[in-house]
Design a binder for this molecule. Structure first.
Ligand code: CTP
Length: 409
């Protein structure tokens, strides 16, 4: 992906321990031919030096002060006009609060209030600071003001506590910026993506059902990333507790049959990602609640549900150009996943080991292996589900760029 080539980034570094990681970000962005100008807060200088930033970025580094020589060029206005985007990484709780209140009493806050470019915030802080009602209120305000957030994610924090507040990885920050410019170029705006997610419920009677542990997170993150790069994306999801962004088309379903119907109605699409954990069977349905005493005589009869992934992969007229399945396995992960790829005739299968509780179902993290139709295998080591989604979407972009997706297979 060459989407960051020649892009101008105004980087603002505020004072958190994660600031040291930004040195790597600068190095990587320079390799992608970005131009970077940096402003450091005073407290950021406790963690990184102007000299190291200037050496890596090969460009000017500003202090958070009005400087007569800079202001002759009206830098508090000129900097945002020069840039393609503004990136504030890490963003501390204090800076979030100052941005939310519209402060304009130092160089950074005046640059931001005079800015005419999209601003990305990359929060990093202790979990309690992140969860603090004042911080959460500020975040709501900032989302309303159109600031874009990258993370934070859950994990072990610098202070040793575990929870949400950890800065997104450098890789994820780069991916998000790449995706932003892909969307701006409207490369995929005419292409449709369909993602299935979550569990289904197969009812025995009005109150009981068969289901599974799927949280829907992985499919949801993939749908969000496809939307982020500009695909016209629809998520067909079984029951979950996830809040969806307004821009995402979401079709909520309950049963496997409803999920199939929703997918059929969405065809033709360019890309289909089947991440749903669809229940494989549906029981005979009783209109009245089955009484406890009747349960002894009740013989649970199951009918097989249609396989949505198999249906899409084998569609004669409207097969999506790229069909991606998931394989949730507890043993012989790769062998079983390969069998599914061949049997269902999808293009890629993303295998994950759901016997490991730290990844897969209900967890925030995942570790997957992608098996391609040509038998090539690629492992993505344990990272957040958001980052797994970025990695999968990057591969989708690479395989579809400059191609008419509906004709790939
Ligand atoms: N899938 C589907 N429709 C079904 C069952 C599964 O579309 N009725 C899709 C899932 O979304 C996933 C892939 O098929 O992309 C594999 O699902 P998985 O639950 O791992 O496997 P199953 O096909 O259900 O097989 P098994 O339960 O025997 O492992």
């Amino acid at each position: 992906m060459e989407n960051l080539h020649n892009k101008k980034i105004l980087l603002i570094i505020s004072g958190g321990i994660a600031a040291y990681k930004i040195l790597d970000l600068i190095r990587n962005l320079k390799k992608k031919n970005c131009e970077i100008k940096t402003i450091l807060t005073d407290s950021a200088k406790e963690f990184v030096t102007s000299l190291s930033i200037a050496s890596l970025s090969q460009n000017k580094v500003y202090d958070n002060k009005f400087d007569i020589s800079n202001e002759l060029e009206m830098d508090h206005i000129a900097l945002s006009r020069w840039s393609d985007i503004i990136l504030i990484a890490p963003t501390t709780a204090n800076l979030l609060s100052r941005l939310a209140s519209g402060s304009a009493d130092d160089f950074i806050s005046t640059v931001i209030s005079a800015a005419n470019k999209d601003i990305f915030l990359v929060p990093a802080m202790n979990v309690e600071m992140w969860n603090n009602p004042a911080t959460q209120e500020n975040i709501k305000k900032l989302i309303n003001f159109n600031y874009k957030f990258i993370g934070p994610i859950s994990g072990e924090l610098a202070c040793g506590e575990i929870g949400e507040g950890k800065m997104s990885s450098i890789n994820e920050i780069e991916n998000t910026l790449e995706h932003y410019f892909i969307k701006k170029n409207k490369k995929f705006s005419k292409q449709k993506a369909l993602v299935t997610a979550g569990p289904t419920r197969e009812y025995l009677d009005p109150v009981r059902y068969l289901s599974n542990e799927s949280s829907g997170k992985q499919g949801f993150e993939i749908a969000k990333k496809l939307l982020e790069v500009g695909f016209d994306t629809t998520l067909v999801t079984g029951p979950t507790n996830i809040n969806y962004p307004d821009e995402l088309n979401v079709i909520k379903v309950t049963t496997a049959q409803q999920m199939l119907n929703a997918c059929q109605n969405l065809l033709p699409v360019d890309i289909a990602v089947c991440a749903a954990a669809i229940v494989d069977f549906n029981p005979e349905y009783k209109n009245e609640k089955i009484k406890k005493d009747e349960l002894f005589e009740y013989n649970l009869k199951l009918n097989k549900n249609i396989d949505v992934l198999e249906y899409l992969s084998n569609h004669n007229k409207n097969r999506p150009g790229l069909v991606i399945g998931f394989a949730a396995e507890t043993e012989n992960v790769l062998e079983n996943a390969l069998k599914k790829l061949n049997k269902k005739r999808c293009d890629w299968i993303v295998a994950n080991d759901v016997s490991d509780k730290s990844i897969g179902f209900n967890s925030d993290n995942n570790e997957v292996t992608i098996i391609y139709k040509n038998q090539k295998i690629e492992k993505i080591s344990k990272v957040s589900k958001t980052e797994i989604a970025s990695e999968i979407v990057n591969r989708i972009i690479n395989s579809t760029e400059n191609k008419n997706v509906r004709n790939i297979s």
